[in-house]
Design a binder for this molecule. Structure first.
Ligand code: BGC
Length: 759
């Protein structure tokens, strides 16, 4: 193995600085004198975008022919960590064959708004799911000695002004919603690199954000690898080195390399920090270089793999029994996506696919006698009366009309956000017109993020393919005809309409700032807490068989800080064909702590079951799973009290629950002063005892003479309740106004209480 430290010891300051900036779009710089080569990386993450010729970061110039797997919007819906790990292994093998040291992904930003142009590249609105999928993908790729670059760290949740906007959010919001996907991946899989985002976080660019890179990423989570900028995201290069940024990308870094050299020479930057950065970077690169195995990139084999992945991802949103299609039915395929599927998104993840199979190609290969009418164009919103009429006639003449719909490329892409959540009007009109003449309508969707579906009630079935990769047509054929059984579940909510989304009033902000006012109430955390009807809930997905999730139990119902509890739940295939169910475990805080979402996903499993078969799924629950980020502590905290575990197959279909009781020794910090309320004192174990004792002797609202044992002064039950409730919000200083004590006594009480807190 290459001795990186030894290499660094032989380098000049200039050589070291040069290694901290890219050579061109895809390479680091070489140091020929010492035999250090240029290392290459390439976009992905759902396939390779290796550009041999002219580089660009927007997917404009051609790259080598590669295999386009389903995008993250689809793979997340599989809820299948084994599957995505395997997909990572395949991509790792491809990188080995192409001698790529790092593949630039996975992308795990949170789907805060359905409008984000890059939602198709991101996994979920839920950080736990995004983190688990990312960790598995990273393990897969890195098992082949190819690095990954989890991106974009952090809060790059929109494309509008992505290069300069400041995402303004509370630390709690960041730690609970926007960090955990990165945190889980770092702790479980140690990605070789992290790509920091373009944007600022609360006013500081990610690329020179000391708190983000040194404190959170390295100190709190133990990240061992190297940090690189997103392409062109560098801000203050010298501050970046101090803050924990190793590599500036892409090329054109000579001026910044010199700034690093000058800063060391002037004493503004410690050379040790430069050495540290070079060591981190070269360690990543040599892990690949020293373990190169080459191999061949077998595109046909990997195409097959991409097809299997997509079968596991597609989500059956609705079905009245029309699907799977039956032998002998007359089927009409309508909509240009049947011929030209939209199977990937635009921008830096764009892959030059080795081949593409459409649903029509697949039907032909399978010898199916389907009729086809274009109906509407796949690439724009343009109504054509003649085509529409032809489509209506074809639908009338068939037993089942399958409409291949979706979002054109121009509507969603890297670089800009969507303007609304609607499907092209020409497609909506066609669906509505066909539904008037044909009751058996199946809609197959090709989109990277949610759409409004006011027509859903008029059709018999809806199959969400998302952006299903280059083999999408075969997967469609298999799913529609029941060769494969749908098993995807939504990794995001489909709200009824855009205005229901919690970020609606604050997305995408102005040119300078975007305020994350909805806080932790993102996706189902908001809709569930608000009890707001949605079109399709987070976690929802149907199958051609049926399942039952029941009998949730825990190995102990009392839990304290260091305990890990095991929850088990049974899942049975109650239908007549083999299928896979996604069992989900949510936790609901019932301690009375305010500002917590109704429920949060804390475990999931994909289970394959034969008809009649039952399996038991287990989940480990620790204190963190019950916790929220408590800013007063600067740490995770779960209050003592009751928590409900909820198991089901969707966030809106919980079929088994169990209660546990948690007790913590952690005390929230408290400094008692005149405006500290009785309620605050009662919720602190130490002060509660003092306050209870004091008030058992007096009734502050009734005056000092209202003694407990005087029957005439005793309050009725209802009044007593009211009195207690009012007292909770009473600050200590009011005890003077109500004549309970004088100023001097109050000072004494405050001093006693503070002493009790400190002891
Ligand atoms: C994107 C990254 C990508 C990089 C290189 C940037 O514009 O945000 O996700 O990896 O370009 O293409």
């Amino acid at each position: 193995m290459t001795d990186v430290k030894k290499l660094i010891a032989q380098m000049t300051l200039e050589e070291k600085a040069s290694l901290l900036g890219g050579d061109d779009f895809w390479h680091t710089k070489a140091v020929e004198r010492l035999g250090i080569p240029r290392f290459m990386m390439s976009d992905g993450p759902h396939g390779l975008r290796k550009q041999d010729q002219e580089g660009d970061h927007l997917g404009i110039n051609d790259s080598i022919k590669a295999v386009c797997f389903p995008a993250a919007c689809a793979t997340a819906s599989s809820f299948d960590t084994d599957m995505i790990e395997k997909m990572g292994e395949t991509i790792g093998d491809e990188c080995q064959a192409e001698d790529l040291a790092v593949v630039l992904g996975p992308a795990v930003n949170i789907k805060r708004s359905p409008l984000c142009g890059r939602n198709f590249e991101y996994f979920s609105e839920d950080p736990y799911l995004a983190g688990k999928m990312a960790a598995a993908y990273i393990s897969g790729v890195q098992s082949k000695h190819v690095g990954t670059s989890i991106k974009h760290f952090a809060l790059n949740d929109q494309e509008t002004n992505r290069m300069n906007i400041s995402a303004e959010a509370s630390e709690r919001t960041i730690r609970e919603i926007y960090f955990p996907a990165f945190e889980i991946a770092v702790k479980e899989s140690q990605p070789k690199t992290v790509m920091c985002s373009y944007n600022k976080i609360n006013g500081t660019y990610s690329s020179d954000n000391e708190w983000l890179l040194n404190k959170v990423l390295r100190e709190d989570w133990g990240f061992q690898g190297a940090v690189m900028t997103d392409w062109g995201a560098v801000d203050d290069r010298v501050q970046g080195v101090k803050a924990g940024l190793e590599l500036e990308m892409p090329g054109n870094t000579k001026a910044n390399d010199k700034k690093i050299v000058d800063a060391v020479k002037s004493g503004a930057l410690d050379e040790k920090l430069v050495d540290r950065a070079v060591e981190r970077l070269l360690t990543v690169m040599y892990d690949h270089y020293d373990n190169r195995v080459g191999g061949t990139f077998d595109r046909d084999r990997d195409h097959e793999a991409a097809e299997k992945v997509e079968e596991n991802c597609a989500v059956l949103l609705q079905n009245n029994g029309i699907l799977p299609l039956k032998e002998g039915q007359k089927i009409a395929y309508i909509g240009e996506y049947a011929e030209k599927p939209r199977y990937q998104g635009g921008g830096s993840s764009h892959i030059n696919s080795s081949k593409v199979v459409s649903a029509l190609d697949a039907a032909k290969a399978a010898g199916r006698a389907v009729t086809y009418v274009k109906g509407f164009p796949a690439d724009k919103d343009e109504e054509n009366a003649k085509e529409l009429n032809k489509a209506v006639e074809a639908a009338k003449a068939a037993d089942v009309a399958v409409i291949f719909a979706g979002l054109p490329d121009v509507i969603e892409s890297e670089g800009y956000d969507r303007k609304n959540m609607k499907m092209p009007a020409c497609q909506v009109k066609l669906i509505e017109e066909i539904a008037k003449v044909q009751k058996n309508v199946v809609v197959v969707l090709h989109n990277g993020s949610p759409i409004e579906a006011p027509w859903a009630g008029d059709v018999a079935a809806i199959l969400e393919m998302y952006l299903g990769g280059q083999a999408v047509g075969t997967a469609e054929d298999h799913l529609l005809y029941g060769i494969a059984n749908p098993s995807g579940h939504l990794a995001e909510t489909f709200p009824m309409k855009l205005e229901d989304n919690p970020s609606y009033l604050n997305f995408p902000g102005d040119s300078y700032k975007v305020h994350y006012q909805e806080g932790v109430f993102v996706g189902y955390r908001y809709y569930d807490t608000k009890k707001m009807p949605v079109r399709w809930a987070f976690g929802h997905g149907l199958s051609y068989t049926t399942f039952e999730v029941k009998n949730l139990r825990v190995d102990k119902s009392e839990m304290t800080d260091g305990d890990v509890l095991t929850a088990s739940v049974d899942v049975t295939n109650t239908g007549s064909r083999q299928g896979k169910e996604v069992v989900q475990l949510y936790i609901s805080d019932r301690t009375g702590t305010t500002g917590r979402p109704e429920k949060e996903l804390k475990g999931f499993a994909k289970v394959d079951l034969a008809p009649g078969e039952t399996k038991t799924v287990t989940f480990a629950i620790d204190r963190r799973a019950l916790s929220y980020f408590e800013e007063r502590l600067g740490d995770w905290y779960a209050a003592s009290g009751t928590y409900e575990l909820q198991a089901g197959d969707s966030s809106d279909h919980i079929t088994a629950t169990a209660e546990i009781h948690f007790t913590t020794e952690v005390e929230l910090p408290l400094h008692v002063a005149g405006d500290t309320t009785i309620g605050q004192l009662l919720s602190n174990q130490k002060t509660a005892a003092v306050v209870q004792k004091l008030f058992s002797q007096m009734n502050p609202l009734g005056g000092q003479d209202a003694k407990k044992d005087d029957p005439d002064a005793r309050l009725g039950a209802g009044e007593e309740e009211m009195n207690k409730a009012m007292m909770l919000y009473m600050p200590l200083k009011s005890l003077i106004s109500f004549g309970v004590m004088n100023g001097e006594q109050l000072e004494g009480l405050i001093a006693t209480l503070n002493k009790v807190v400190e002891d």
